[in-house]
Design a binder for this molecule. Structure first.
Ligand code: ADP
Length: 519
């Protein structure tokens, strides 16, 4: 339950205000998520930013007891006592039930979903799906917590015994974008906490509400203060100090490649670890031998789901010459039926663009495509249907006859704008697909297994789908080739990205001879 619904909200707020103003150097208490939330609701977020930033040096603190660092908790307990509690809070009453009893907000997941829809404009239907799935990250990585182990080393030297320890990196900063705040934060929070790191999440300044509300659940699940933290604010005012904070050892970032480059450069100066999940311009390649009805659906969901505001958007549709005209006709026919409107309405299929700058940018790219000579086949304007009101809607937009060297084919639009490019054969498709600086995802539609395998090997992308699009899982490594980023999230190895290896040497009988010679 968010703090404002509790009887002692006033007390929490008073305590938060007092603690936030506390300037004593010996002040070691943290603002708990509930206190942060209380301040946020009071519009004192700037104050919270200052305080929480100053207090990031704490890593786990148990009030009224000795301070215990988070990584000193037995791994099994981190999972069973904390991560499991959190997961159960989110999945307690499946959000689908909320949909059936429409209007009754009876559980945490449904509240989080509703907050995101109001703050972000994401579709309720998509948010409910995400919240149904998010607990799996906490289940999966929580389960890995007690499987982190070192090895004994089969040494080449006599008289020594050596082993490795996998130790948490320490304080991790997660900087997240506005398109899927809770999902993308969970990809970072779950492995970091399971590994024994503490985490400070900085959500986008446009969509901070859901992450703050999520923070309240950590509080309710009993996490010690300081283990999970949220700071909000602008990138340069709050993100930069977080990136440069001496105690932050890793920055796990999801966002634009421009910002990723800045953060990565700053982090490099201090040899900090980074994970960069950046943009994309993903090719969705349809061969003539594909199941074309399925491919049309794949193309539509690839670009118009989430209003095109996903890093994995299939924004370049490559269609083989021999089926180009009929395929494009079918595609435009399906895309034309997209229902735009109120994101709270479960029937809505394409919602608004999340932010005014993004809205302006998408419309600008539509102009660029026109000027470059692409043929407008659908949309091309702001959403002007009555159900769009005065909102930041952009019509699902399709351009044909796009050349791969046009800006509309090379630059990430991050909106519901599809570019269709013709190709002749497999070789031509590969050349065009890979001729871009990004490499996040790609898809191939074909009924030829040999072609599917050849293409999946040669496409330069961190994820390749065959006869599907937009499939993701906590089990499947996710990340970019080329300018789409560094490191991998999800999958069994992602937990290693929050660990560092230590070699421990024990002398079990070797006697030092000449002290001036290396052993
Ligand atoms: P978008 O979300 O539109 O892709 P960004 O990549 O700029 O845009 O933003 C992603 C996240 O990075 C946001 O939380 C934003 O506040 C943060 N951010 C932006 N600039 C910086 C910066 N210089 N240092 C740290 N974080 C930043």
């Amino acid at each position: 339950m968010p703090p404002e619904d509790t009887a002692d909200h006033a007390a929490i707020l008073a305590r938060a205000q007092a603690r936030a103003k506390e300037e004593s150097a010996s002040f070691r208490g943290l603002l708990t998520p509930a206190e942060t939330w209380a301040l946020f609701k009071q519009g004192e977020i700037a104050l919270v930013d200052t305080r929480t930033l100053a207090e990031r040096d704490l890593v786990g603190y148990v009030p009224g007891s000795i301070a215990i660092e988070w990584y000193d908790y037995p791994a099994k307990r981190r999972n069973e006592r904390f991560l499991t509690q959190l997961r159960e809070k989110v999945e307690a009453d499946r959000p689908v039930a909320f949909l059936c009893r429409s209007g009754v907000r009876s559980n945490d997941a449904a509240k989080l979903a509703a907050t995101e829809v109001r703050d972000n404009g994401k579709l309720l239907a998509e948010m409910l799906g995400q919240l149904n799935y998010i607990p799996q990250w906490f289940y999966y990585y929580g389960g890995l917590a007690d499987k982190i182990q070192g090895t004994t080393l089969p040494l080449d030297k006599k008289g020594y015994f050596a082993f490795t320890r996998n130790e948490p990196l320490g304080v991790v900063a997660a900087i997240t974008p506005w398109n899927s705040p809770l999902m993308l934060a969970s990809w970072k929070i779950a492995p970091a906490l399971a590994a024994g790191c503490t985490i400070v999440v900085k959500p986008s300044e446009f969509t901070s509400a859901s992450t703050l509300e999520f923070a309240a659940l950590f509080d309710e699940a009993g996490f010690p203060p300081g283990v999970f933290n949220v700071v909000t604010g602008f990138g340069n005012e709050v993100g930069t100090p977080l990136v440069e904070h001496p105690l932050v050892r890793k920055i796990s970032f999801t966002g634009s490649d421009t910002t990723g480059r800045i953060i990565n450069e700053k982090a490099a100066r201090h040899f900090k670890h980074t994970a960069m999940e950046l943009g994309g311009k993903s090719p969705n390649v349809v061969f003539a031998d594909a199941d074309l009805d399925q491919a049309v659906f794949g193309a539509v969901s690839g670009i118009f789901a989430a209003t095109g505001q996903t890093c994995i958007a299939g924004s370049r549709l490559l269609v083989q010459d021999s089926i180009y005209d009929s395929f494009v006709e079918k595609l435009v026919g399906v895309a034309r039926t997209a229902r735009m409107g109120d994101p709270m309405d479960p029937a809505t299929q394409v919602g608004p663009v999340t932010t005014p700058p993004q809205f302006a940018k998408v419309l600008e790219y539509i102009d660029v495509a026109r000027q470059e000579g692409a043929t407008l086949l659908l949309g091309g304007q702001r959403g002007n249907a009555p159900e769009c009101g005065g909102g930041w809607f952009v019509q699902p937009t399709i351009f044909g006859d796009v050349r791969n060297d046009m800006r509309i084919a090379q630059e990430e639009v991050f909106g519901p704008v599809l570019s269709i490019i013709r190709f002749k054969d497999e070789e031509d498709a590969l050349r065009i697909a890979n001729d871009v600086r990004f490499g996040l995802a790609a898809a191939v539609w074909t009924s030829d297994i040999g072609r599917a395998l050849r293409m999946s090997e040669k496409l330069q992308a961190g994820t390749v789908w065959v006869n599907t699009y937009r499939a993701i899982s906590y089990l499947a490594p996710f990340g970019g080739y080329k300018d789409s980023g560094l490191g991998r999230e999800n999958g069994i190895d992602a937990i290693r990205e929050y660990l560092q290896v230590k070699s421990v040497w024990i002398n079990s009988g070797a006697v030092a001879g000449n002290p001036f010679v290396m052993r």
